[in-house]
Structure formats: structure tokens, C-alpha cells
Design a protein around this ligand. Structure first.
Ligand code: PEP
Ligand code: MG
Length: 313
């Protein structure tokens, strides 16, 4: 039976009404990517590259980074691997990269905003990424994007660097949707990005203006709050099929939330490696079309708790 379960986890996840949703994994590096492949992940939807940079005295070299990212690509054997560029700031700090102390670091220089002041870190990461094989399995993803200008600037740098390195075909370049402005402007992002991936952890925090680390707010910090759902809906509608939309926040493995995400029309879910088989099994039980018919009623409810109640009944 275990063998059969394993085999079924390796198969694509198709809903009862025939929609296939990619189920990918969130990982910290090559070793975890290997586990994800074993669990049957259809790819890596989020490699949090900051894990290579944490708990050390200096930044990893280009070669060190390349080896770690390459291990992830090798583990997946040609399936897509999304590497997110360094997402430092707020709760994640590096001793060798002192950031000014500010009153609201979650609203400060973090994620992609770091590149204005720390271009050398960006360069080292992009150099390591452009050295990978095969490059068409690699997808580069930018965190904390708030508008299309940031994507444009990054694409320009990537193109310049690729020219210098003699790389002719660029890897796909996508952005995280984890700031309300990015969700609201998804159409302009989708016109220039190769993919969008909703980071529900931060999108929920920034939409509800509730710190994701504050235990006093944990009960209300719910991705199923209609305001958050409306922003995800806006994102999918903004993308309008021009590029795929995934979800890589914790909501992707919450059984109730993943049903709503499917109803909203997302193409991919990315979850902890151990959750891949269960998420695929849940998807196979769903009727995406029937769920979508109930969507507008959920969007009019008062809060996340009420949406959860409705979904359970
Ligand atoms: C998110 O914000 O949902 C996300 C996936 O990124 P992280 O949890 O690393 O901030
Ligand atoms: Mg985030």
C-alpha cells in the first residue's frame, strides 16, 4: 500500500472536474529539494535562498551558491526549480549586512528593495544562478516586489549579466505577490513577468496590517479573510492567463484554504515537502467548478472565521 501511495504522489494532481494543479515544494536548499522529489513534488515552487546566507560570518561565494542551487536542480531532474533571490530584512537579519535600525522594519528596506543599496549581493546571486544547468529548469523569483519598476530593473541587470557571461537564453523571471500594491497591479506585472507566486504569509500580514509574528493577533491573521481573498482574485484576474499564478505561502497546504485557492483559479500550489502527497490527495477530491460557483458568496462574509465556518458546512 505504501508503494501505491508513493506512486500516486508522483502522478499529477487533477481535480474531479479535470483541472490539473501543479503541486511543488518549498525548500531551504539542495538537501530538502531531494526530499521534495522523493515525496513526488512536481517541482520546487520556492527555494528560500536566504537560508544559505543566515548564521555565518560572511556571504557565501558565487561557487558555494552555485553548488547549492545546482544540487536542487539535480534533485528535481529537469522539473522546474524556483529560486527566490535573497529575502533579508525585518525578521531575517545578517550580521555581515547591517541594516539601519528603523521603527518599522517590516515596512522598510527588505527583499528586492535591498538591491538599491547592496547591488553586489544581487550580482553574486545572479552569477551563481546563470551558471546552472539546465537553465531552462531554473526560474528566478523576486520577493517583496511592490511594482513593475523593480521587475524591470532586475530584468535589465539579468540581461546585462547574461550578455557578459555569454548566456544566450535567460531563465524565466517571476515575482512574488505578497504586498497589496503588487496584487492590485498584477496586470502590469503579469505583462512583463514569466510567472506570479502569491506569498500568502506576507500578503495576509500586509493586507490586514497585522504582524505575522505577533501571537496576540494569530487568531485573526487569517488568509481566508475576504480582503485577502479579494486580492488573490484580483491577482488571478490581472494575470488573465498571460502567465501562471501559484501560491507559495502556508495557505497552500491548509485543507480549507487550498479549496478556495483552487476556486480562485490558481495554477500551482507550493507546500512543505512532507505535505505534497496529502495536498495532491485533497486536490483529487475537489470539484473546482462547483467551488468557483460559491466564491462570490464567501467574498461577502465578515471575516476569515466566517469563511471557515461556511466552508466546513
Ligand atoms: C510568504 O510571504 O507567503 C512567503 C512564502 O514568503 P516567506 O514566508 O518566506 O516570507
Ligand atoms: Mg514573504
Amino acid at each position: 500500500a505504501r508503494g501505491a501511495a508513493r506512486e500516486s504522489a508522483r502522478q499529477p494532481a487533477t481535480t474531479r472536474d479535470g483541472r490539473t494543479i501543479e503541486v511543488c515544494a518549498n525548500v531551504a536548499g539542495g538537501a530538502e529539494a531531494f526530499i521534495a522529489a522523493e515525496e513526488g513534488a512536481d517541482g520546487i515552487g520556492l527555494l528560500r535562498s536566504e537560508f544559505l546566507f543566515l548564521d555565518r560570518e560572511s556571504a557565501p561565494s558565487v561557487d558555494e551558491q552555485r553548488d547549492e542551487y545546482q544540487a536542487a536542480l539535480d534533485a528535481l531532474g529537469g522539473k522546474p526549480v524556483v529560486v527566490r533571490t535573497l529575502d533579508i530584512g525585518a525578521d531575517k537579519q545578517l550580521s555581515y549586512l547591517p541594516l539601519p535600525s528603523v521603527a518599522n522594519p517590516a515596512l522598510g528596506v527588505r527583499g528586492i528593495r535591498l538591491w538599491a543599496s547592496h547591488a553586489e549581493l544581487l550580482e553574486s546571486q545572479l552569477r551563481a544562478l546563470l551558471a546552472l544547468q539546465p537553465l531552462d529548469a531554473l526560474r528566478i523569483m523576486l520577493p517583496m516586489v511592490s511594482g513593475v519598476g523593480e521587475l524591470r530593473a532586475l530584468r535589465q541587470r539579468l540581461e546585462t549579466l547574461a550578455g557578459e557571461l555569454g548566456v544566450s537564453r535567460l531563465p524565466q523571471l517571476g515575482v512574488m505577490i505578497e504586498v497589496p500594491s503588487a496584487a492590485l497591479c498584477a496586470a502590469s506585472l503579469a505583462a512583463e513577468a514569466d510567472f506570479l507566486s502569491v506569498g500568502t504569509n506576507d500578503l495576509t500580514q500586509y493586507t490586514l496590517a497585522m504582524d505575522r509574528e505577533d501571537p496576540g493577533l494569530a487568531a485573526q491573521l487569517d488568509v481566508l479573510h475576504p480582503a485577502v481573498l479579494r486580492l488573490i482574485k484580483t491577482t488571478v484576474e490581472g494575470a488573465a492567463g498571460r502567465c501562471p499564478v501559484g501560491v507559495c505561502g502556508a495557505a497552500a497546504s491548509d485543507p480549507l484554504a487550498l479549496a478556495v485557492l483552487v476556486a480562485l483559479g490558481v495554477d500551482e500550489l507550493s507546500v512543505e515537502p512532507s505535505r505534497v502527497p496529502a495536498v495532491k490527495a485533497s486536490l483529487r477530491e475537489l470539484d473546482a467548478g462547483a467551488l468557483a460557483e460559491q466564491l462570490s458568496a464567501w467574498l461577502d462574509l465578515d471575516d476569515g472565521a466566517m469563511v471557515r465556518e461556511r466552508l466546513k458546512s
